[in-house]
Design a protein around this ligand. Structure first.
Ligand SMILES: Nc1nc2c(c(=O)[nH]1)N[C@H]1C(S)=C(S)[C@@H](COP(=O)(O)OP(=O)(O)OC[C@H]3O[C@@H](n4cnc5c(=O)[nH]c(N)nc54)[C@H](O)[C@@H]3O)O[C@H]1N2
Ligand SMILES: Nc1nc2c(c(=O)[nH]1)N[C@H]1C(S)=C(S)[C@@H](COP(=O)(O)OP(=O)(O)OC[C@H]3O[C@@H](n4cnc5c(=O)[nH]c(N)nc54)[C@H](O)[C@@H]3O)O[C@H]1N2
Ligand code: SF4
Ligand SMILES: [Mo]
Length: 738
């Protein structure tokens, strides 16, 4: 059924001009809050501690939470504005349905649920259970993530459930599972402070994890050498001892060449390799031809710099290697991760004080959310949905027959492709904005237009929800109790500060009600979030991500508990691999041979410039939340095209000239920002905007074959100056979507 153009303005316009929101009417001045609630920032995986000020069941501001050990009161520009969401005029306060030709109109909860359930039934009867898919997100707490996994499998009875971490940490997760059999950073941040050498590969730490910068600076104050691998001279790279300006998509060549230097110069820990690892010879063999000349040619980094990095890393006694999406958002993201792990294992610096390795997880609950079973291939405790033993255990916990748990389903982007092919007809999304965040999003939008029924659960109307038949107003972080697991593996408590406003409901209550109406209510008899957590503990018991020994009380008492924590008397595990070096039965970590491969799309004479994408400090993900907060919009109101002066001269480009960027998928126009902090062969666009401002109109949909992550970080583009200048940023509308 073709759909008419969708008008979301009905919802937004009732609040007057589309203006972003700054003040907190009525709360400023001398009003004393009714209470202060200790909880965490809702944005990135640092999950900084914060105290929310509550007045009349509304969030009125915040106070620092000085005692929380990770951030000790420090917050970043997003953290100090996050309190402005609960009372925001754009909050969805009641369910809506889309009426053909009319846009959205309010609908009762009962009707919204009825319509949803009858459409699920109709579609599943007509096309089979798997034709109704679900997409979830890891801004959700552990409890909600767990519940979504159980809901999709037992209430919706579909195998096609996946989550937005598929765009985020899955390359790291797959690499870590191959090398260590477990998916968590090896040490807590505390171990960064005394590392002698720190490598940061593909992370703009200062803009994306601002409060972590403090730990890196402390290490530098203690004499650490900092090496940053990034095609851009990011703020953290500006303070580095060595910056390696890698050509996008070439990290496995760089780390392969470093491994070869370690081997050739005998900067390796033979005893560690012998006793604690497998597969070293094959990994060394794979890089035997990666000499410095080849590496310089392939990576675009001067060979002296590569040798310097290898020498510092090779000779250090303690070290920490961190990476993030810069090396992971690739069709060979898993290879890149493994090439990093190989240099860590070769030098044996893991499982000891100040010796660590890991990915810097991105989303608020990116760590916990990848453990509790809302991935297409996973059951709780980071169990494998295809493993008969694992299935049996979870079936027992859930009180069902093993065969009632569906098998492995499609990953996030594959679900969109299946919708496009007409194989999937219905969708529920919670906490995901795929039309902005998935690559090649004109294709994604076409898919959404083909759905017979789509229901979105969110607290704001995001770009994807504009295509929904029904929108259900869900809850913010501070509107429901739960736990999240921070990037360092610390399980912390999210405390409920206020009730959802208007008719908005807690996300969990929405899922429970839907499950009940789908006839699976008996599996969702949870009195509160703690009851969900207690079931999650049991479900995770014996899995690699074991939470069994963690309780709400223990978290509160210790300001967080690090998993694995297998028993009630266990203190938790801030540092992994002190004895065993992996979760495999032999306790040994595994090298994996990595042969360098090119990105899916390389530059040629038609598309001669490399395009890479990422983030800026004041915007968050698809921007649904931060593009609505005035001060954050003022800091970075619109996406800019970062371009080096020497490339700009070739095209006669000046600052704020409007440049059309064209790729094989589409084109979009951005104001130029000429900066010396980027490679001359590469341009960068932040991706936090939708519609005609969306960088994802340009990116490629090719996936890593193992992790199924898209290649957001490299494709080939043309630059076409339009001959026009952009209007001054402040004159443009704030909540820019189209
Ligand atoms: N302000 C802000 N903070 C955030 C977020 C946000 O949206 N905004 N999102 C959170 C989430 S979910 C995530 S995943 C993290 C992401 O955190 P990061 O991974 O640190 O951020 P990105 O900007 O995606 O990419 C990091 C860097 O990779 C570089 N890069 C591009 N291509 C390559 C390459 O081929 N090799 C290497 N070595 N580097 C490359 C880019 O220049 C960029 O500086 O941030 C979290 N924190
Ligand atoms: N080109 C390009 N694209 C990228 C990236 C890139 O670097 N470049 N990065 C990728 C990465 S790493 C990520 S993580 C993805 C993120 O992409 P998405 O996950 O699509 O982005 P979000 O903005 O987090 O969308 C989440 C939606 O969930 C809602 N939400 C947040 N918290 C809750 C909650 O507790 N309950 C409910 N019901 N809703 C909630 C928000 O309002 C928002 O509408 O984008 C990816 N896309
Ligand atoms: S660093 Fe992350 S968790 Fe901390 S305040 Fe900023 S966005 Fe929030
Ligand atoms: Mo992410």
């Amino acid at each position: 059924m073709a759909k008419l153009p969708i008008s979301a303005e009905k919802i937004i316009d009732k609040f007057g001009p589309k203006k972003h929101y700054t003040p907190m009417g009525g709360f400023e001045g001398s009003h004393e809050p009714d209470k202060l609630v200790k909880t965490h920032c809702c944005f990135c995986a640092m999950q900084c501690g914060i105290q929310l000020k509550v007045k009349d069941n509304k969030i009125a501001g915040f106070e620092p939470w000085m005692e929380f050990p990770f951030n000790e009161g420090r917050l970043c520009p997003k953290g100090v504005q996050r309190y402005l969401q609960n009372n925001h005029p754009d909050r969805l306060l009641q369910p809506y349905q889309r009426v053909e030709g009319k846009g959205f109109e309010p609908i009762t909860w009962d009707n919204a649920m009825e319509r949803t359930i009858s459409e699920i039934r109709r579609i599943q009867t007509q096309y089979g259970n798997d034709s109704f898919a679900m997409l979830s997100g890891v801004s959700l707490t552990n409890e909600k993530s767990y519940m979504v996994g159980k809901f999709a499998r037992l209430a919706l009875k579909t195998k096609n459930l996946d989550y937005n971490g598929r765009l985020c940490m899955v390359s790291a997760g797959a690499g870590n599972k191959k090398a260590f059999g477990l998916d968590r950073i090896s040490n807590s941040w505390a171990d960064l402070k005394h590392a002698e050498v720190i490598i940061i590969a593909g992370s703009n730490v200062s803009e994306c994890f601002p409060t972590l910068t403090h730990y890196i600076w402390q290490a530098r104050d203690n004499g650490a050498k900092l090496i940053v691998v990034d095609p851009r001279v990011t703020p953290i790279a500006r303070t580095a001892d060595l910056h390696l300006p890698v050509k996008p998509g070439r990290d496995s060549a760089l780390f392969g060449a470093i491994l070869k230097q370690l081997v050739d110069n005998d900067w390796i820990d033979h005893e560690f390799i012998e006793k604690h690892t497998n597969g070293f010879e094959a990994a060394a063999e794979a890089v035997k031809d990666y000499d410095l000349d080849w590496a310089e040619k392939t990576t675009g980094i001067e060979k002296e710099k590569i040798l310097q990095a290898a020498t510092w890393w090779g000779k250090a006694k303690t070290s920490f290697l961190l990476h993030a999406r810069g090396i992971e958002h690739h069709t060979k993201g898993v290879d890149n991760v493994l090439s990093c792990i190989n240099i860590v294992l070769a030098t044996g610096r893991i499982g000891k004080p100040y010796c660590g390795y890991g990915t810097i997880t991105g989303q608020g609950n990116g760590q916990g959310g990848r453990e509790h079973g809302h991935k297409c291939d996973q059951l709780p405790g980071n169990r494998d949905i295809s493993n008969p033993e694992h299935r049996k255990y979870i079936a027992e916990v859930w009180g069902v027959e093993e065969k009632e748990i569906p098998g492995m389903g499609l990953s996030a982007y594959e679900i969109i492709e299946a919708i496009h092919r007409g194989e999937i007809k219905g969708l529920i999304s919670i906490c995901f904005n795929p039309i902005v965040s998935l690559p090649n999003n004109n294709f994604v939008r076409e898919a959404f237009e083909k759905l017979e029924y789509y229901v979105a659960i969110d607290f704001f109307l995001n770009e994807t929800a504009r295509h929904a038949d029904v929108i259900l107003p869900g809850s913010l972080h501070e509107e429901e109790e739960g736990t999240v697991t921070t990037a360092e593996g610390r399980v912390v408590k999210i405390n409920q500060a206020i009730d959802p406003p208007g008719e908005a409901r807690k996300d969990s209550d929405i899922l429970i009600e839907m499950a009940r109406r789908l006839g699976a209510g008996d599996k969702f008899n949870f009195e509160n979030s703690e009851a969900v957590f207690n079931e999650l503990r049991v479900a995770s018991k014996g899995g690699t991500a074991d939470y069994y020994g963690i309780s709400y009380e223990k978290i509160e008492k210790n300001m967080g508990v690090f998993w694995p924590c297998p028993s009630e008397d266990h203190p938790g595990t801030p540092r992994l691999w002190e004895e065993k070096k992996s979760a495999f039965p032999d306790g040994k970590a595994r090298f994996n041979p990595v042969a360098y491969k090119e990105p899916a799309e390389v530059v040629d004479k038609d598309f001669p410039v490399i395009l890479t994408t990422g983030r800026v400090v004041s915007q968050y993900l698809s921007g649904t939340q931060t593009r609505r907060i005035g001060k954050l919009v003022d800091q970075y109101p619109e996406p800019l095209l970062e371009i080096h002066p020497s490339l700009a001269i070739q095209y006669n480009i000046q600052n704020r000239d409007l440049i059309t960027v064209r790729t094989r998928r589409g084109e979009a126009t951005f104001p130029a920002q000429i900066v010396e902090t980027i490679r001359p062969d590469t341009v960068f666009i932040p991706y936090h905007w939708g519609g005609s401002h969306s960088a994802n109109q340009l990116t490629v949909g090719d996936l890593d074959p193992i992790s199924k992550i898209p290649e957001f970080k490299v494709c080939a583009c043309q630059l076409i100056p339009t001959g026009k200048k952009a209007a001054p940023a402040e004159e443009r509308s704030a909540y820019q979507s189209s």
